[in-house]
Design a protein around this ligand. Structure first.
Ligand SMILES: [Fe+2]
Ligand SMILES: [Fe+2]
Length: 152
């Protein structure tokens, strides 16, 4: 099996681990500042990324590789909600780009299963991107009056 594909899967896993730690740390910060509704949604996305990291590990093990446990970045702390959203949009944009490219490499390496996995993840990341962009739009347009709806 292709080392190239295993490296891509591990690169993706590192990316997922960064996203998990970023979204979980935002979840705790938002809970602390009483933005409970937003906090629980961020936690939901973090759990989706955990499942991605697991699926990637399963595939890496199947290919006789070693799943990495190293994130490829550090979670930013102490951001305000608009900056959090910008951070998250950046993470999802990078993931979308990575997984699009990875799925094409898997095709050229003739690994249809890894290709399918990247496509499946890609679909979720596009959903996350859309979700974060929507909230950012509302925050930009409506400001404080919208933020109030995210408390609880
Ligand atoms: Fe993910
Ligand atoms: Fe995501």
């Amino acid at each position: 099996m292709s080392k190239k594909v295993i490296d891509l899967l591990n690169g993706a896993r590192s990316r997922e681990l960064t996203a998990i730690s970023q979204y979980m740390s935002q979840h705790y910060e938002l809970e602390d500042s009483d933005f409970g509704k937003l906090a629980s949604k961020f936690k939901e996305v973090a759990i989706a990324e955990m499942k991605h990291a697991e699926k990637l590990a399963d595939r890496i093990l199947f290919l006789k590789g070693e799943p990495t446990s190293k994130p490829d970045g550090v979670a930013k702390k102490g951001q305000q909600i608009p900056e959090m959203l910008t951070t998250n949009i950046g993470l999802e944009v990078q993931a979308v780009k990575m997984y699009n490219e990875a799925s094409m490499v898997c095709a050229s390496e003739k690994d249809q299963i890894s290709k399918k996995l990247f496509e499946e993840l890609l679909k979720d990341e596009e959903g996350h991107l859309n979700y974060f962009e929507n909230i950012k739009d509302h925050v930009d347009k409506l400001g404080a009056s919208y933020l109030v709806t995210l408390t609880g």
